[in-house]
Design a protein around this ligand. Sequence first.
Ligand code: ASP
Length: 353
Amino acid sequence: MKTVHSLLCGVIMSSVLTAAAQSSRSGHWAIVLHGGAGVIKRSEMDAKTEAAYRASLTRALEAGAQVLNRGGASMDAIEASIRILEDDPLFNAGRGAVFAADGRNELDAAMMDGATLRAGAVADVTRTRHPISLARAVMEKSPHVFLVGPGADQFSVYAGLEQVDPSFFFTERRWQALIKQLKKEGLPIPPRPKGAPPPPTKAQAELEPAHAREYGTVGMVALDRSGDVAAGTSTGGTQAKRWGRVGDSPLIGAGTYASNQSCAVSATGTGEYFIRLTVARTVCALVQYKGYKLQQAADEVIHKELAAIHGDGGVIAIAPDGQMAWSFNTPGMFRAKLAEGGKVQVGIYNDEP
Ligand code: ASP
C-alpha cells in the first residue's frame, strides 16, 4: 500500500517532470516535410518540373500549417498534408506510386503520435485512396499497430475509408519506368494493369522521364502548440520490388518514429539500410539518452552510420522545443519546412540550405 509520503512524492515528482517537459516546449507550431531523396540533379530537372515540385511541397506544407495555426494537433496536420501529397502524381505515394515487379501498386504508410507513443501502420495495401489515413485508423480503431496485405485492405473498408480501383494509382511515367527497369534486369514484363488508360505510342512512351532511382516517398513531422510531436510516412516502396517486399517507411522505429521525450522522424531512402539501423528511433535515442542537438543526431545517423553501410537517403526531424532538422547523403531530397511566424523554406538539391 502506498504511504502518504510516497503519494506526495509522486505528486511532487510528476509536477516537476511536467514543468521540466513544458519548459522545453516552444509553445509554437512547426512542420518539416519531405518528398523523397535520391539522385535528383539540377542538370536532369527542367525548370517546369522543378517549379511543379516546389509548388506541390509548398501547398502540402500550407495545408498542415493551417491545421496547426488554428490550434490543431500535429497528427491532424500530418494527415492533412500527406493526403495532398498522396493525391499528387509527382510523388511515390498514393496516386503516382511506383510499381512492384508484378505490375501492382503496393502501398505502405505509418503514423506515430509522440504524446502517447501510439502508432499505426499498413503495408501492401492496394485499394485505399489514402494509406496515411488507414495507418491512423489502425492506431485509433484497431487493437493492433501493423496490418498488411488483404487484411489491411479489409480493415480499410471496415474503418469506412475511401476505396478506389487499383488503377486509380496508375501513372504512365511510373509504368514506363518499371518496364525500363524490368527489361534491364531481364525480368518478365507484367500485363498493363486493368483499368489503366490506353497505352501511348512507342515514341510517346520513350518520352516519359524515368530516373535512375524512382524517388518520391513522402513524410512529415510536426509540432503543435501543445508541444506534441508526431510523424507520418507514405510510400509505394521501391520500384520493381518483389516477393512482398516491405521497406522502412511503415516500420515503427525504422522509417517513422515519434516521442515527446525526444523527437519525431520520417525517413526516405533505400529502406533495407534504414531497417537495419532502425534509423528513426536511433536519431531520437541520441537526443534522448546522449543529449544531442537534433541536427547533430540526424547527421550522425545519416552521414556516419548510414554512410558506413553504404545506405542512401535522408531524414527530417522535429523536437518538442521547436528544433527542426533535415539530413541526407544523396544529391537531393525534396523538402520543406516552416515554423510559426517564419517563412516557408523549400529545397531540392544538396547545395541549398
Ligand atoms: N524508403 C522507401 C522504401 O524503401 C523508399 C523511399 O523512401 O524512396 O520503401
